[in-house]
Design a protein around this ligand. Structure first.
Ligand code: AGP
Length: 603
């Protein structure tokens, strides 16, 4: 949560900071601010605004700030409500150190007390302000040495950017727990919470590890360990185009990302083998159990993955919310595999659950989208989705790409364990290759789905039903709708409806039912009739050509025929579009829904 950016170089800092903040806004949008060192007199100028980056931009419109060194922040509030006082950057009492911070300082109350006793006056309710005052308190005449001392005093997860009027030719960053990258330019360097924030200026990056401090000048970057010793770091070159971080003619990032799914899926399928190796297959094959742990949409991908791994590879799989898994008394052995799925690779619940499991002796595997993310570096093995950056807070293209990796992993593991033979493997693999074009077909129904969405904009509640491998998609449909439209929604296994949720059904309840023609079709048709008999409004998602279902449905959305096991790739697409259109009709901010953040780095 929260996005941070920093710039030092030949350009004026303000446009670079604002530009980067726009791209980081998905990480938090309660308030925003910048701090820049003015060249004349080296004074630090700070501007902050409650609300979005555009509000900060408007505030800065007629101000002249010439400095070439600065830091910026977009906030997702944890300690203290969204307000100017609580917005970052925070400044030390003597006005000489400005700080931006992403994360949580766990020992801030203790530090605050200590600093207050020394006469420091706090103006905000944040945990971050202690860092600014600590820099002032511990300043030794050398900001790098001071950063080493400050880092030793802080507990918790944090990525910090600091500038000082005492040493105006330096930008210093500290990384512990929260993500931070350094962008390497010519006559300029950057820090940021993620790569797309500065992709416009460079394609060369250093990904900082926990316990590292980066010291940037206009011409050089040095990385030190927590004791101030220099470290060698690899430079990561990415060949993403800057357009991946732009809307490219779409109204919202979410819409663009829904439509990018055929491409994201093809790239992920193509990239799969490059991360697969015998050691990973051996580890999984010998596992007494695989625990898939994840949050939100990634958790739903894990639920689908369980079906495939158990079906094709016959290895037992449990799927758990990472936040629950971490604190329960589970049975882990050195043969247990804990498999974390996370788009960002930074979700605190998933990361810490995985790290704990590793300490307890389990093997760990990560499936992530973000290159260089913490989870990818902390696990024994890492698999990647190649979706490109996902900016909309609601996960869409990364979900279907996660499904592709899980499906391919299950097939490869099944072949490795001789559960499926080469011929079946080839058939199932070939079937997956047809999925991107099947998704293209569904996307052509966008206008029709938009019309259907309009009918339900006044709904107060929504029910999503699915069976077997499509049940997790019902959960995902409900999550998508509630997070972007704020309409209450529940996903349920269709067979379970009669045990309770059926009481909710009346003429005001829309019920989206995933009813592809597979071996559960007859059963789900009975469930549809049960809804219909109670006057619920049925929206069916079914295989093309199935006219019968129209008799029982208010609306029917068709998807192409594929192998039964592949339907989750398709049934989710109409649900993404339905949520998207309902939310946009309601005038909601679909890319930045209230109270949410793309990357949740707090527990
Ligand atoms: C998805 O639409 C949500 N915004 C959210 O549930 C998300 O999937 C969850 O926070 C997990 O994120 P991760 O995949 O980056 O770990």
């Amino acid at each position: 949560m929260c996005g941070i950016i920093g710039y030092i170089g030949k350009r004026k800092a303000v446009p670079v900071l604002l530009n980067g903040l726009h791209r980081l806004e998905y990480r938090g949008y309660d308030s925003a601010g910048i701090a820049v060192i003015e060249p004349v007199g080296n004074k630090i100028v700070i501007e902050k605004q409650v609300g979005k980056i555009k509000d900060l931009q408007e505030k800065l419109w007629d101000k002249r700030i010439d400095g070439h060194v600065g830091i910026g922040h977009s906030r997702w509030a944890t300690h203290g409500e969204p307000s100017i006082e609580n917005a970052h950057p925070h400044i030390s009492q003597n006005g000489k150190f400005a700080i931006v911070h992403n994360g949580i300082i766990e020992n801030y109350l203790e530090l605050k007390k200590e600093l207050e006793e020394k006469g420091y006056k706090f103006v905000s309710k944040t945990d971050t302000e202690v860092i600014a005052h600590l820099f002032e308190e511990l300043y030794s005449g050398n900001i790098v040495e001071t950063a080493v001392e400050v880092a030793k005093r802080l507990k918790g997860a944090y990525a910090v950017g600091v500038i000082s009027s005492e040493e105006p030719d330096k930008l210093v960053a500290i990384k512990q727990g929260s993500p931070l990258i350094v962008g390497l330019g010519k006559d300029e360097n950057f820090i940021a919470s993620d790569i797309p924030a500065v992709l416009e200026y460079t394609k060369d990056f250093i990904v900082l590890d926990d316990g590292e401090i980066a010291v940037l000048t206009k011409d050089e970057v040095h990385v030190l360990d927590i004791n101030g010793k220099p470290k060698e770091k690899k430079v990561l070159h990415v060949d993403w185009d800057v357009s991946v971080a732009e809307k490219a003619g779409y109204k919202h990032f979410m819409q663009k990302e829904i439509f990018e799914q055929p491409r994201a899926l093809s790239d992920t399928i193509a990239g799969f083998n490059s991360n697969l190796n015998e050691e990973l297959l051996n580890t999984l094959s010998n596992a007494d159990r695989i625990y898939i742990i994840a949050c939100g949409t990634s958790y739903h991908a894990g639920l689908v993955g369980k079906f495939w791994i158990e079906k094709f590879a016959k290895v037992p799989v449990e799927v758990d919310y990472a936040s629950e898994f971490r604190y329960r008394d589970k049975v882990l052995t050195d043969k247990t595999v804990v498999f974390g799925i996370s788009q960002s690779g930074e979700t605190a619940d998933t990361r810490f659950a995985l790290l704990d499991a590793k300490k307890e002796g389990a093997k760990t595997v990560a499936l992530v989208n973000v290159v260089g993310s913490s989870l990818s570096r902390e696990s024994d093995h890492t698999l990647f989705t190649y979706s490109g950056p996902e900016i909309g807070v609601a996960a869409t293209k990364t979900f279907t790409s996660q499904l592709a990796v899980l499906y391919l992993l299950a097939l490869n593991l099944g072949k490795f364990r001789n559960i499926i033979d080469n011929r079946l493997f080839e058939n199932l693999y070939e079937s997956l290759l047809k999925v991107p074009s099947a998704i293209e077909e569904i996307l052509k129904s966008d206008e029709k789905i938009k019309d259907i969405a309009y009918k339900y904009i006044n709904a107060k509640d929504f029910l999503f039903l699915g069976r077997n491998i499509n049940y997790p998609i019902a959960l995902e449909g409900a999550l998508k709708l509630k997070e972007i439209s704020y309409i209450h929604a529940e996903g349920y296994p269709a067979g379970e409806m009669k045990h309770g949720p059926i009481a909710l059904i009346d003429e005001n309840l829309p019920v989206a039912v995933l009813a592809p023609i597979d071996k559960f079709y007859e059963k789900i048709l009975s469930n549809i009739q049960e809804v219909k008999a109670r006057k619920g409004k049925v929206i069916s998602i079914t295989t093309e050509g199935n006219k019968e279902i129209e008799k029982f449905s208010e609306d029917t959305i068709y998807i192409p025929k594929v192998e039964d096991v592949l339907y989750p790739f398709l049934t989710v697409i109409p649900l993404q579009l339905l949520s998207y259109h309902i939310a946009t009709f309601l005038g909601k901010d679909v890319d930045q829904p209230r109270n949410l953040a793309k990357t949740v780095t707090v527990e």
